[in-house]
Design a protein. Sequence first.
Length: 199
Amino acid sequence: MLRILKYALIFLISIVSSFALLVVGITMYLYIIGYFKFVEEQYQEKWDRSVHIDRQYFPNLFEPIFYFTRRDGGDSGAWVMVYPLDTKTKQAFLKQWQASEAKTSQSIECIKPTIKKRWRTRHSNIHYVQPSEMYRDHRDFKNHDSFIVFGSEKQIKTVEQGCMETAFKVIPKQEKDSYYQYWAIAEQQNLLFSVNELK
């Protein structure tokens, strides 16, 4: 009788343990799915917001061809929408550029060629690049200048080539919201960069 009770108790404990593990597994799965959904909703919200504001200034803009974020460390960084530059938008940009300070910059918030890529969520990948030697003492040296691409990566080579240009025409954004910084064009590749502060 005691032996039967002992086996019954062992069986009951194994059932309860299996159930507890199942509950923990399901909870973790739901948490991970919820996190990925939250991250993708944030990306989509920034996409929609940026396109809406960019089109207020440049109504003829096509759909963005590339969207990436890059962190400088901690919570600071940038998210950038890249649009193909049509003739009307280029004329409107140059008109604003000449009316403002007509600033030209040798570099903008951009990407470097990818040396390694890793999956992040269903619609995003993290791209690792060869970091600059000047950041060797940075605590996050290996990940410095890496970036996350949301959505399609078909135009990544075009954007990389645009980022290699040596002069960019830049105009500051007029939004009071601190999330908005500047627009820039890479004329040889006909790209418009909408650069926004990441907070």
